[in-house]
Write a protein that binds this ligand. Structure first.
Ligand code: C2E
Ligand code: MG
Ligand code: MG
Length: 557
């Protein structure tokens, strides 16, 4: 189709008239002013990135603004143009065509060039300088300083040799998605803004808090202010509705770093903070962690475990231990849980030491399949030897969630040994958030359809317990040992809660087993609560396969 010259001329005039009324490009009216012209030129998006200098572009520490966006755009066929101010600030414009349409012809390209020049003229040097400042260092949503600002100011303190007076922290709001769900996104953003403003009020001088992205922030403060910062980040109630006096409790995960003398770059501080917060959040599952010698040692051990795992699997250093599950009406063995033991250089490494490390790197999936396969081999052998068989449960880490082939992979292993599906139970721990809930649901339903039994491990220790059991077809709830009152526990609340958990499972017609049973008193309590399945040291510790086979043999006798 021939280019609409008249339409273009009219749209260009209109664009210029409209733009004269707009103070700068970052203005809600910009989209309207560009609309006619962008339609004639088949432009779907006009955007810009701002960087204080070239180095910042490489690190992606800059600002971003969209001036125009209508419909779907083609990111592959855009025109990108860079402009510098005298100070070396850079602004990178991107103009993108409508997705699925033909390439711009030569005439259109020339007109787009004109459009860009008009745009640059409007955005004169001084305004551009201000805009770069505003967009490079300010977060657009909350209007607060961003990571690029943190880097700039921290590097300045390093060059002035003042940095060792300071500590830094990175923090992330805990369960912020849940807060958003509870009170709505808009109020959620208000809570976020308020939480940060109140934090800022506790800072002074060169101290600062800057936004990295979403609900992730980084702060720099004097070491003498550490207690105040830690106390605040532990959690506070934030009012989101003054009239109705409504509040939410906001807490954080945080990683801290006491910056040493000799620290030579802001980037290294950010890296240490990232390691510390990851340790708190994903590995130790604590509120905070410091980047220190102990943490470094932990990382070294983690790396060692990661590096040796494939070989250890190959050499079959992992052994399946079986912990019996007992029916309390007659004290018969009715099942077992397969638990992993690592025999490394003649020593047994406990799962508590290596499972968290493996979960961090997804290597846990290899181990879980290895365990399932060895359990299937054992059951196959017991069947061939004519032994009595009980259902064996295998732990499946939640790291598997999101693996779309998980069900097929489980089936492939179990069917390879022709093990009847009713002999296998899969234990899944509660998920901490709703992430992956859909997949969890389809996995649990799929496993049930295939005749496997499914249990919620460590029930009661996660966050989404009620939804989780209501919406998914579980067979078994495994109540975590932390809910089981022990001898020294006169805690009435704990008993009440324990009994309610059991009756909840019974009302929902889900089988219920309690783990970590260690004493006669606890067995008495279980029976009083009408729960007749138990697993724990009172009966047996996890047993090596030969010992467990002796127990299996006793079933017959
Ligand atoms: P879990 O699945 O909740 O397993 C129960 C843990 O409680 C086991 O610890 C078991 O030895 C311990 N336990 C059993 N009875 C008692 C008792 O009476 N008192 C006390 N204090 N503890 C008792 P273990 O074997 O150290 O395993 C710890 C965790 O490691 C397991 O918790 C499970 O989450 C994980 N794990 C173990 N093997 C595997 C595996 O093959 N794959 C995956 N993904 N996780 C595994
Ligand atoms: Mg378990
Ligand atoms: Mg458990």
């Amino acid at each position: 189709m021939a280019f609409d010259v008249k339409g273009y001329a009219k749209a260009l005039d209109e664009f210029i008239i409209q733009m004269e009324k707009i103070p700068d490009l970052i203005n809600p009216d910009t989209q309207g002013a560009m609309d006619g012209l962008c339609q004639v030129l088949r432009i779907a998006k006009v955007e810009a990135d701002f960087y204080e200098n070239l180095g910042y572009e490489e690190q992606k520490w800059g600002g971003h603004a969209v001036f125009y966006h209508r419909g779907e755009f083609d990111p592959e066929r855009g025109i990108v143009y860079k402009e510098w101010t005298e100070e070396g600030n850079m602004m990178k414009y991107g103009i993108y065509p409508v997705l699925g349409e033909s390439d711009w012809d030569e005439t259109e390209q020339r007109k787009i060039d004109v459009f860009l020049k008009v745009l640059l003229t409007f955005n004169g040097r001084i305004r551009m300088q201000q805009m770069v400042e505003r967009l490079t260092f300010r977060d657009q949503e909350l209007g607060m300083y961003n990571l690029a600002w943190f880097m700039k100011k921290t590097n300045l303190l390093i060059s002035q040799k003042e940095i060792s007076k300071y500590a830094a922290c990175q923090f992330n709001l805990r369960n912020f998605s849940v807060i958003n769900q509870q009170i709505g996104r808009e109020r959620g953003s208000r809570v976020l803004g308020k939480f940060i403003r109140q934090f800022q009020e506790r800072l002074s001088g060169k101290e600062m808090v800057c936004r990295i992205s979403g609900d992730n922030f980084v702060a720099l403060f004097e070491k003498s202010n550490l207690n105040t910062v830690m106390e605040y980040l532990k959690g506070i109630a934030v009012v989101y509705d003054e009239k109705q006096k409504k509040r939410v409790w906001v807490t954080t995960h945080a990683g801290y770093y006491m910056i040493p003398v000799g620290c030579d770059s802001a980037a290294s501080i950010v890296e240490c903070l990232g390691t510390a917060i990851n340790m708190a959040r994903n590995v130790r599952k604590t509120d905070y962690a410091f980047f220190d010698a102990e943490l470094m040692q932990g990382i070294r051990v983690g790396k060692m475990i990661e590096a040796t795992l494939p070989e250890a699997l190959e050499k079959e250093e992992f052994h399946v231990y079986y912990q019996p599950k007992i029916q309390l009406k007659n004290y018969h063995l009715v099942g077992a849980e397969a638990l992993c033991r690592w025999f490394q250089n003649g020593k047994i490494v406990a799962p508590g030491e290596f499972i968290p490390v493996l979960e961090k790197s997804k290597l846990i999936c290899m181990l879980d399949f290895y365990m399932l396969e060895h359990v299937c081999q054992d059951i196959r052998r017991w069947m061939d030897e004519g032994k009595e068989i009980v259902t064996v449960s295998v732990n499946l880490s939640r790291v598997h969630m999101g693996d779309m082939d998980l069900l097929d992979n489980i089936l492939a292993i179990v069917d390879k040994y022709e093990v009847p599906h009713e002999y296998i139970e899969i234990e899944l721990t509660e998920t901490g958030t709703d992430v992956g809930f859909d997949h969890l649901k389809s996995l649990v339903s799929g496993l049930r359809e295939q005749g496997f039994s499914i249990s919620v491990d460590d029930f009661g220790t996660g966050y989404s317990s009620m939804n989780l059991i209501r919406e998914l077809p579980w067979n078994v709830l495994k109540i975590d040992k932390s809910f089981l009152p022990d001898k020294s526990d006169n805690d009435r609340q704990k008993r009440v809660m324990f009994q309610h958990l059991i009756s909840l499972a019974q009302d929902m017609e889900i089988e219920c087993i309690v783990e970590g049973v260690e004493s006669v008193e606890q067995i008495k309590l279980l029976k009083e609560s009408n729960c007749y399945l138990a697993q724990g040291f009172y009966f047996d510790k996890p047993l090596a396969v030969t010992e467990f086979e002796e127990k299996l043999a006793e079933i017959r006798s």
